[in-house]
Design a protein around this ligand. Sequence first.
Ligand code: TRP
Ligand code: SF4
Length: 373
Amino acid sequence: MDPWSSDLIQDYKRLVEQFGLSEIRDDHLELFGDAPFFRRRIIFAHRDLDVIAEAIRTGKEYAVLTGIKPTGEYHLGTFQTVKEFVYFQRKSMSAVALFSIADIEAWEDNGQDFDISRKVAVSNVADLLAAGLDPERSYIYFQSKEIRVHEIAALAARGITLATMKAVYGERHMGLYLSALVQIGDILLPQHPDLGGPKPTIVPVGVDQDPHLRLTRDVTAKLRSKWGFMEPSSTYHLIIRSLLGDKKMSKRDPMSYISLRDDEDLVRKKILNAFTGGRETAKLQRELGGEPWRCVVYEIAKFHLFPEGDSELEKIYRECVNGERLCGECKAQITEELLREMREHEKRRAEVLPLAKKIVEGASRRQPLYSLA
Ligand code: TRP
Ligand code: SF4
């Protein structure tokens, strides 16, 4: 598995077996079923989620941490991670949220300068806040400016050989290896002594990020004697496909994704061109029915629409399979629904934009002003 590739992961079952991920159980759904992405099995696997479930049930403190590269406006793929991040913070008043603006990785992987990252981050942070993140219980930072992240990365590096790096990531340039070390620093930051020491930490990510979590868990055992680090918990979501049906939504190809900042005409155009599970002709589709499990438009609805309940989604699926629904009308419905959600998000975003500017300004300083300690 390659965290820096945009190839699509098809065989999720094999991943679960090969890397020893745990599956989501019914008792997890009892606790987390208020989230559409748990109910709909978009989060399909985890490591040590029970540690977090226990913390939630007993009101014990835990952290939620994730990171995203500030290489552009969020799209429907990255926004999935954002929703999970906010959810785990909102789930318990005893949760703190830490968000890594991955500017080091943006440089190493995409060659993007730190000052560009800083500009893009304002918009990204506004999206986090508009998605419902509680700023009072949050710490948002740049990888390049958070000294504690580098401190942990330095400690971790001594326990990792080049052979291990090659085994996990393949032969890559030093920058990507450095990003991986920095990501270990991110993942363990909530447990740094300055932030109160060891605590359960949940890291919601796309399954392509699991190599980083495996490496962090290995290193954690080695660093335990120093700071008592606990192994981080993680959840894994399916990777939303590109609109064209092949690769994952990637910031490198604008026609492959819908950005939160796309204007309405562009969203309409992109969905109109999207890959569906429809048949060649309307006649065939009425006879044979469509294949929603192959359909990217259906996938958008499954990931992002009708959050209150699943009945509308089930109806779309049923009507599609039964040949009672043609792609034209279906695309129109899903497009308008998505645009409605996007407009509401945009309204909330306008209100939090000044706060986002303030947060990014604070985080841009070498000694961060914001600290949980
Ligand atoms: N590597 C992640 C990506 O490619 C971003 C990231 C940086 C991250 N630090 C993290 C994810 C810590 C989870 C936890 O998008
Ligand atoms: Fe996809 Fe809708 Fe067409 Fe079915 S009818 S294949 S769900 S666009």
